[in-house]
Design a protein around this ligand. Structure first.
Ligand code: NAP
Length: 450
């Protein structure tokens, strides 16, 4: 079986990738097992030296790799290059901090007692196409620094990126089998999950994929981390700096053509400032240029697949039928979706209830700040949120009431190597990044000596 890579802007087939046979897949799993036996015995210093080299390879090749990202999934070139740089930064972060994060812990007992962190095996990762480098290095850098090895099943439209990442690991000197990408079909996923060497499963993707893979992980008694969908609230209160809020709102919704789990998707604005916010937000959205992602002056490329653009069009159409009003945008040509703002979206509207994975911003009006928090929390997802107010004390108290994995006050929601990242409710469970992220797939072994 062959999987085609299709450039979303030109719709040209740019590469063909052969799916592994079951026998080839078994060989890869055996190779992971072999590699794990020796990789787990290496020192932090040996791992860190290679991880630093990997970071430098990414930085040296950022233009070439950024172009590959753009060609496979359509984001503008500067965002692709930025993503490669951010991935390199995560490699540096774990190279520099893994050892101290995993130091032994001693307990206050009359006998000697301690916990040590052992690696656990091979981590199987199922990853999405929207940040094809960042999502991979976000889990792989800590996993490998911890002494684990990994098998990656990347999204079928970014297999070129998966192969480029594997090549970079090899070029950096990691032994064969420490990082392997596997081109497989969904029906082969269980074979990997069931393999004895596989100790953990991490999936970043949709709720449906998460539910299916988490079930298999449960069936085979393997720990899992699920980073799933989001419909993040961006709450604008009476005393917000509207100009600044609208600038960041535009960035937060429209980055990566609106295809990020942590894009702000529901703009919840108190009635007093809703008209003003809608007007400034609309004017900023209208200034964006959607088009060829390789061309200078273009702020947004196409959506990654035609089916995604069609789904967004049908969500928009239904939302308008349900009473939303279009303020700006709304047109689509193939994968090219105009940056769009709709207003008067109530909590029964499809654009409120479902995740909209593209450049569609929605405004929901709230009576006051209490109502705004209630509207924000009235959702199946709980990934991240933002609150805009000039009163930082109030913001802190409201942030404590938000049902989400992260809350940002007066700034862009973003992931940061130093800070735990993840969601609650249908946005998944477990955390990536920081010290918490590296510990997710370790055996915390307690040793007691009388
Ligand atoms: P997706 O369709 O769920 O695909 C993600 C990965 O899961 C791909 O590798 C896909 O493989 C695989 N997959 C799909 N169905 C599967 C199944 N039944 N069993 C095993 N694997 C399966 O999601 P997407 O469209 O690529 O990404 C968009 C979604 O990811 C959005 O909901 C977004 O919010 C979420 N996301 C979450 C985070 C986070 O950190 N929480 C970050 C980024 C994205 P194929 O490509 O072969 O189908």
């Amino acid at each position: 079986m062959i999987i085609n890579s299709i450039n979303p802007y030109s719709q040209a087939i740019i590469a063909e990738h052969e799916v592994l046979t079951n026998a080839q897949l078994t060989q890869k799993i055996e190779l992971a097992e072999k590699a794990y036996k020796s990789w787990r015995t290496t020192t932090f210093q040996e791992r860190a030296d290679k991880m630093k080299k990997l970071a430098n390879i990414f930085r040296a090749k950022k233009e070439e790799l950024g172009l590959l990202i753009t060609n496979e999934m359509g984001k503008i070139l500067s965002e692709g290059i930025g993503e490669v740089e951010k991935s390199a930064g995560n490699c540096d972060f774990y190279a520099e901090n893994a050892e101290k994060m995993l130091k032994d812990i001693y307990y206050d007992t009359p006998f000697k007692s301690m916990s040590v962190y052992d690696p656990s095996g091979a981590i199987f990762a199922v990853m999405p196409w929207n940040y094809p480098f960042w999502q991979v290095l976000r889990y792989a850098a800590p996993a490998i620094m911890a002494g684990n090895v990994t098998l990656l099943k990347h999204a079928s439209n970014v297999i070129g990126c998966a192969k480029a990442i594997e090549n970079a690991f090899l070029e950096a000197g990691f032994p064969v089998g420490v990082f392997q990408q596997v081109t497989i079909s969904i029906s082969q996923v269980e074979t990997i999950i069931a393999a004895d060497v596989v100790s953990g499963i991490t999936l970043t993707g949709s709720e449906m994929a998460g539910s299916s893979v988490a079930s298999l992980a449960g069936k085979h008694i393997k720990k899992s981390v699920m980073e799933l969908g989001g419909s993040d609230a961006f709450i604008v209160l009476d005393d917000a700096n509207i100009e600044k809020a609208a600038t960041v709102a535009t960035q937060s919704r429209m980055l990566n053509a609106g295809q990020a789990c942590i894009c702000a998707k529901r703009f919840i604005v108190t009635e007093k400032v809703a008209d003003e916010f809608a007007s400034v937000f609309a004017s900023k959205i209208a200034e964006l240029h959607q088009g060829n992602p390789l061309q200078n002056g273009i702020n947004m490329g196409p959506l990654a697949k035609l089916e995604f653009a069609k789904t967004l069009s049908s969500q928009l159409e239904k939302s308008l039928q349900q009473g939303a009003k279009i303020i700006v945008g709304g047109e689509r040509e193939n994968c090219n979706f105009q940056p769009t703002l709709i207003d008067f979206v109530d909590s029964n509207n499809i654009a409120f209830q479902e995740e909209t994975f593209g450049p569609l911003a929605t405004i929901t009006r709230a009576k006051n700040e209490i109502d705004a928090i209630a509207i924000a929390n009235n959702h199946r997802y709980g990934l991240a949120s933002a609150i805009w107010t000039e009163d930082r004390e109030k913001a802190y108290l409201l942030a404590r009431k938000i049902e989400a994995g992260n809350v940002f006050v007066n700034s862009l929601v973003r992931s940061d190597s130093r800070i735990p990242f993840g969601g609650i409710k249908k946005s998944g469970y477990g955390r990536e990044l920081s010290e918490i992220g590296i510990k997710e797939f370790m055996n915390m072994k307690s040793i007691i000596i009388e």
